[in-house]
Structure formats: structure tokens, C-alpha cells
Design a protein around this ligand. Structure first.
Ligand code: DX5
Ligand code: ZN
Length: 237
């Protein structure tokens, strides 16, 4: 069963073996991953330090799957052209970390990448209202950013439904499609509910990389996503 026409699974490299990143990327794509989620942390906007454009460039030749760069950095703008050059396909950032989110979104698009905003658990969705025309994706954090392996915050489900409504309203009025991604604590046993709430793109780090058989987890996730689509809660235009 594949739902990958309408939904995407994006394993987060944060939980991969950093000593074997190229191989991990190849293996997880071979196992059915749609995107590679690339978490960039600066020990300033979030209390952790991870990987930057040089590592993005190093893994780029290992896959043709889109690299989904999640910037948890402040400031934002200087690093955008560097990631575009390093082969990123999608770049998202936290609006609180940019002085001018509208300008940062335009900068990402000017560099040929898909652009999006990321919402922390306590960040209101209002930030998206005035930049709808520049969004290819929005990402709702279902944990506080900074670390893998945290538990899914249940209030994200209601927020996903609100985001879904905003996006659907926009596209019904003729706006461009906007993907709805979720990040943090996504597991086989909650992904159906998350799909039912309206997410179409699922980041999962520890749930995938903690297992030896990536294919089995990804397939189990797809089966559960399909269940979410047949649940009574699921509403999609
Ligand atoms: C957290 C990162 C997430 C994280 C997800 O700040 O943005 O991408 O790696 O990891 P899990 O799936 O383990 O919660
Ligand atoms: Zn992330």
C-alpha cells in the first residue's frame, strides 16, 4: 500500500548515525522514505548544535530525494543562500527567528527552493495569514524544537485541524497548494490520528532510526496513514 502521492514520510537525520550519514540516507530512501528531513540547530535559537550547509552538500550526491532543511537558527537570512547552494530543495524557518519573515520567504524562493514557516507549540498560526502567497509548506512542531526523541504534544492535533482549514480555504479560493508537515514524536501508533487531523507530510526521527528495519517502520506508518484517511475524523476537500 502506498499513500505517497498525497502524503510524504520524511525521516529526520537527527536520529541517524552521524558517522555514516551518506549510507543512512541511501538506506532510508531505499526503505521508502520520500524526503530527507535535515535539522539545523545553532545553540542560540535552540539549545543544541547540529549540522550545516557543508553536511547538506556532502549528503546531496547520495540521493535524489528532496532534502527538507528545517532551520532552527537565528538570524535566518545569511544561511539561506548557503543551503540553496548546498542542494536543499525545501527550506523552512521559525518566523520568530527572522526580523522579516516575508523577506526571508522571498529569499528562499529567489534561490529556487520551496519555502515554509515553522510553528512552535506556543506560536500562533496567525503568522501565516499575510504570507499565504509565499508558502509552499507549513510545519507544525509537535514538540519544542531542539531534540529528537520527545513525546508528541496532543494539542497539536487541534492546531493541525485549524491549519488544515486555513490551507483549504486558501486553495479553494484559487491559491497555490500548501503542504502541511508535522514534526516531533511521530510514531507508528499516533500517525493515523495525526493524518486524520490533516497533516500530509510526516517527519519521524527516533521512530525510524531506532529500528534496524527502516522499511518495516515506514510501511507500518503508511498502513496507519491510510487508516487515518478512512477514520470518521478525516475531512479533506
Ligand atoms: C526537533 C526536530 C525534529 C526531531 C524529530 O527539534 O526538529 O525533526 O528530530 O525527532 P523525533 O521524531 O524523534 O521526535
Ligand atoms: Zn525538524
Amino acid at each position: 500500500m502506498s499513500t505517497s502521492n498525497t502524503t510524504r514520510i520524511a525521516p529526520s537525520l537527527l536520529s541517524a548515525d552521524f558517522a555514516r550519514l551518506g549510507e543512512e540516507v541511501r538506506n532510508v530512501v531505499e526503505a521508502g522514505a520520500d524526503w530527507i528531513h535535515f535539522d539545523v540547530m545553532d545553540n542560540h535559537y535552540v539549545p543544541n548544535l547540529t549540522i550545516g550547509p557543508m553536511v547538506c552538500q556532502a549528503i546531496r550526491p547520495h540521493t535524489t530525494a528532496p532534502i527538507d532543511v528545517h532551520l532552527m537558527v537565528e538570524p535566518v537570512d545569511d544561511i539561506i543562500p548557503q543551503f540553496a547552494k548546498a542542494g536543499a530543495d525545501i527550506i523552512t524557518f521559525h518566523p520568530e527567528a527572522s526580523r522579516h519573515p516575508d523577506r526571508s520567504l522571498a529569499l528562499i524562493k529567489d534561490h529556487g527552493c520551496r519555502a515554509g514557516l515553522v510553528f512552535n507549540p506556543a506560536t500562533p498560526l496567525d503568522w501565516m495569514d499575510y504570507v499565504m502567497d509565499k508558502l509552499d509548506i507549513i510545519l507544525l512542531m509537535s514538540v519544542n524544537p531542539g531534540f529528537g526523541g520527545q513525546s508528541f504534544i496532543p494539542t497539536t492535533l487541534a492546531k493541525l485541524k485549524q491549519a488544515r482549514q486555513k490551507i483549504d480555504q486558501w486553495t479553494q479560493l484559487g491559491g497555490q497548494p500548501i503542504l502541511l508537515e508535522v514534526d516531533g514524536g511521530v510514531k507508528v501508533d499516533n500517525i493515523a490520528q495525526i493524518r486524520a487531523a490533516g497533516a500530509d507530510t510526516f517527519v519521524a526521527g527516533s521512530a525510524i532510526f531506532s529500528q534496524t528495519d527502516y522499511k518495516q517502520v515506514i510501511q507500518a506508518m503508511r498502513t496507519e496513514i491510510a487508516k487515518g484517511e478512512t477514520s470518521a475524523e478525516f475531512t479533506q476537500p
